[in-house]
Design a protein around this ligand. Structure first.
Ligand code: SAM
Length: 198
């Protein structure tokens, strides 16, 4: 219990430090709450062999929930731009593939993985898309679409509670959306399907 609390405090202080150094890129002052992380993790692919690509894992709040909800660590690929956060994640999730890099390069980064990443069943993104220009968000959406399995979902949270269709998502089909109030600040989790569901 005390160990868990110490880890949570260390994560929060790392987050705050990195946010002070680069607020737009980090995009939040604190890690996601357990409620928000759980709302993202609800959308794991049904097939346990499928990979999950996490974008912007930070200190691993959502990553932890993905594993708790049943994702095999060796089926997780995460791309985090901040090297300090990526190093922390490598220690915490030794069987996952934690890539220090830019999510906008996801196609090249996945190609460079030693074992091919076939069947990405879900892309779970915490990237602060509101801090990027619309055309940049659009180019990310194109890349997400190209790696995602036909039945896969892109799960994205946003602090813009009113908008269900975030930047770049108009080429996807909105499948579900809900507000998680127990987070600082409250966030909307939206799920976009690559192909329309009947
Ligand atoms: C709002 S934080 C979310 C962190 C964590 N997933 C959570 O929910 O607590 C956004 C994360 O995206 C990362 N990030 C921002 N731009 C990125 C990029 N271009 N490529 C990869 N990661 C990026 C930041 O470093 C930060 O860790």
């Amino acid at each position: 219990m005390a160990k868990k609390l110490m880890a949570a405090l260390a994560d929060s202080s790392m987050f705050l430090r990195e946010w002070l150094a680069n607020p737009l890129r980090v995009g939040a002052v604190a890690p996601s709450s357990p409620k928000l992380a759980a709302a993202m993790a609800e959308w794991l692919p049904a097939d346990p062999e499928n990979y999950v690509l996490e974008l912007g894992p930070g200190t691993g709040a959502v990553t932890q929930a993905l594993i708790k909800y049943g994702l095999r660590e060796d089926r997780l690929v995460a791309i985090e731009r901040n090297p300090n956060m990526a190093d922390l994640l490598r220690k915490r999730f030794p069987q996952a593939r934690i890539i220090t890099g830019d999510a906008w390069q996801l196609d090249h980064l996945l190609q460079r993985c030693q074992t091919p990443i076939a069947h990405v069943g879900a892309v779970i993104s915490s990237l602060p898309l509101l801090n990027f220009p619309p055309d940049q968000a659009e180019s990310l959406a194109v890349k997400i679409q190209s790696v995602l399995h036909p039945h896969g979902n892109w799960v994205q949270y946003s602090y813009n509670l009113g908008k269900k269709q975030p930047r770049g998502a108009n080429r996807f089909h909105l499948h579900a959306s809900k507000i998680v109030w127990l987070n600082l600040p409250p966030a909307r989790v939206s799920v976009y399907a690559k192909t329309k569901r009947g």
